[in-house]
Each structure stands twice: as C-alpha cells, then as structure tokens.
Design a protein around this ligand. Sequence first.
Ligand code: C2O
Ligand code: CU
Ligand code: CU
Length: 478
Amino acid sequence: MKWNYPLSRRSFLLAGTGAAIAASMRPWPTRAEGQNEVRLTAAPAQALLIAPDRPETAVWAYNGTVPGPVLRLRQGEPSRLLVENRLDEETTVHWHGIRLPNGMDGVPGLTQPPIRPGETFAYEFAPPDAGTFWYHPHADGLVQLGRGLAGPLIVEEREPVAVDRDVLWFLSDWRLTRDGKIAGGFGNMMDAGMSGRVGNMVTLNGRVSDAEPVRAGERIRLRLVNGALARMMALGFEGHRPVIIAIDGQPCEPQEAVGGRLLLGPAMRIDVVLDMQGEPGRRYAVTDDFYDGLAYTLTQLRYSQEPPLRAHPADAPIALPPNPLPEPDLTSAERHELTLQGGMMGGGMMKGMGGMDGMAMPGMNGGAVWAINGMSMTGDGDAHMEPALTFKRGQSVVLTLSNQTAWWHPMHVHGHSFRVLSRNGESVPHRQWQDTVLMQPKDTVEVAFVADNPGDWMLHCHVADHQMSGLMTVFRVA
Ligand code: C2O
Ligand code: CU
Ligand code: CU
C-alpha cells in the first residue's frame, strides 16, 4: 500500500548519501542500571550527522549529543531530572507519554514558568508505566526540536521480555543545506499549511546509517522512536517479520504490522521483536516509503558471517506485562467531538476557519492556519487559552477526533494514555493504548480514557508547524 501525498519535491539529500558510512549500532544493555538522578544541559553543540569527511553541523543538544542521552528510569521509582538551560532563549522539557504530575509536564505558561537562560529546573516524578518514551522541549519547539533537542527515555519493566539484545533506533529528520547547515526558515507558511517541516536527511541515533550489524538467529527487541518534527514514516524490513509488542510505550497483543510496514507518525514509538532469520553474510534493506516517490533506504541489517546463534528460532513469550492504566467506563463516559480544521487545500487557502477566510496569511508568530472546533491556540504553550473542555477528576471520556483537513495529523494528549476505540466507524482490534494517534485526511477516530490526572493538559498535533499554528487545545481535569 502507498499513500499519495502532495509534497513539494525538494532536492533530497538522501539520494546523494550512498557512500558507505560505517555507522556502528549502539548496543543498549537489556538491564542497565536505572538512573534516579539525571542532569541534562541544553546548549549549542557540533554534531557529525553524516560522515567523517563531511562538515559538522551546528545543533542544539542535550549533553552535547544528538539525540540526547538515553535516559533509563525504573517503573514506579521516584526520579529527579535536572535541566540546565545554556541556550540563549527560554526552554522546558516535556517527558512525552509519561503520566506525571501536571507541574512536571514541561509546558511553559501552562504547567511551569519557562526555564530562562542560565537557570536550572528540577523535574521530579515516578513514571507509572514501563516502555519506550522520549523527551523534547515544549518551548519554541519547532526550532528547538528542529535544531536537535530531543532524546529517548526508557522506563524499564520489572520483568523485560527475554531477548538477546535491546536495541534503540531514535530517528530524526533534518532539513540541511548543501554545506551541512540546518536550513533556516522555520515556520514558513508553506510548511505550516501543508506537510510541516519535512526534512531531507533522516538519522538513526544521530548518524546517517549505512548498515546496522546483526547476527543470524538472534532475537532483538527494537525500540523505534519517530523523533521527527513532521516526517511520517512507514518502515519495512526486507526478509523479516517484525512483531509489534508495544505502541507509544504501551504493551499490546503481539501482532505483525498490517502489510508488514510499521507506520510511525511524529512522536510515536513502536517496540518490535525481530527474529534474525536471514542468512549469515547478507544484507537486508530497511526502507521508509511513506511519501510516494520519496522512498529511501533508512539502513540495512548487515548479517555477520557467524553461524546462527541458535538452531531454532527463539520461542520464549514476547508479550509485555500490562501497565497500570485506568480502564475507561464507556457506558458512563462523557462524549465530545473535536474537529480538526484548516490547512491548505489543493495548494489554495484554507476554508472554514472563523475569521480566516480570504485573509492574507499572517506570519507564523501568532498566526493561525489550523483550528480545533473553530479555535486556534498557537505557539508552544505560551499563548494562554482557557480550557476547551473541563472534566471532573475520574470521569471517563470518549473523544471523537474528526479530521476535516487534507493532511495527516498525529494527535497527542498530555498526561494520559487513551484507548483507540474505532477508526471511521470500525472498531479497532484490542483497543490499543496510545498517547498519539495518527490520522489520515478525513479520518474519524474515537479514543477513550479516564481523566484522572488533575491539571491543565495539552492536546495537539505533533507536527510541530501544525501545533504552533493552531492545531492545539487545552483540557482541564479538576
Ligand atoms: Cu511530545 Cu506536547 O508533546
Ligand atoms: Cu506529550
Ligand atoms: Cu498536524
């Protein structure tokens, strides 16, 4: 299956990076020490994104690396994360997908004052759910994430699945100039009203990857994080059958991907178990063909010459233990509809937005291109808005998200995970828990959760340009 996607054809650097690059797979220990205290410093840095003979790229980074360090917390254990701001603008850190106290959610102006240059803020929480999460700024997010500020966060299960290796691929998308600089022009109207700032180079753990070494017969838990600003991904593994065991950190019924492709909107995570059933010495392509005509090879699985690790495929159980999520009561649930509106239609002006029709498009700063139920909250949390919805603490909620636009949107809810109940009227098998649901143009999706976490929470599209230009709202749990 292919998705047709109106995307401006820009020169695609990926096509030109065929030179063999020896990127080494970074092994992530299965049972590393949990970290109860972590220090992150956000500051400008230099990164080697492509190859040793290419120029370095000026980025903004946590602790000097892109992505930032892998944080490993233990489920239920109180943790302290100190964030120091050595940028010359305000920042915050949002711990994406973690159900934590509102004051730790990292949304400036809504849950905390921004961290000013030179300041340090202490985030403290005990992550209730095990799984694959990530962290990123929630202040000037389009620019800060686009310049490299993001990193993986793993909350370890008390009983992890038995695998030979636990591997993380943190995927980032960069829009680079020919000389390897991050292209300017963040927040232009073409990006904002269409696909968002889709880049021209995808890195795996901070490098363009030629191949990742594997061994025949081994079983890998592969944690995939789409840390891109705007790029959707559809990953296929030539000759292999990844089995999904978690989505957005939340365990699921082990299942093969529909059509063998793993669909990851920005901010989404998928954990798979991969049995290395290929031949020693061979290479197998891992491709991303989400955008029609812009498919590329993300990397290759490069089998060593070693004989298979085991004679028969591993057959240990791979289901993860469930997380302690509150089950929504659908019979008593409050129901609300949120309609996503705006964006460009067939290259023209958006229609149907209060006060926007026919207007010249304003600049991105405060400019609205999108709306939810006719209201546009812009910026990155700093533009104040009264909550669109208020729920009594403990109330079960069903939200019907209806995408009335011509564009894809990964819709994300803070402070809660939700069950995906149905898509376009068809019930979703197993009603998967997620924190971000990817919506195709014209999709209607029903999600349900218990509003059990007090505070004001964001609900927004995770395509950064869409979020900044109006595809965002706030709900209150009181
Ligand atoms: Cu990754 Cu407001 O979210
Ligand atoms: Cu979030
Ligand atoms: Cu969007």
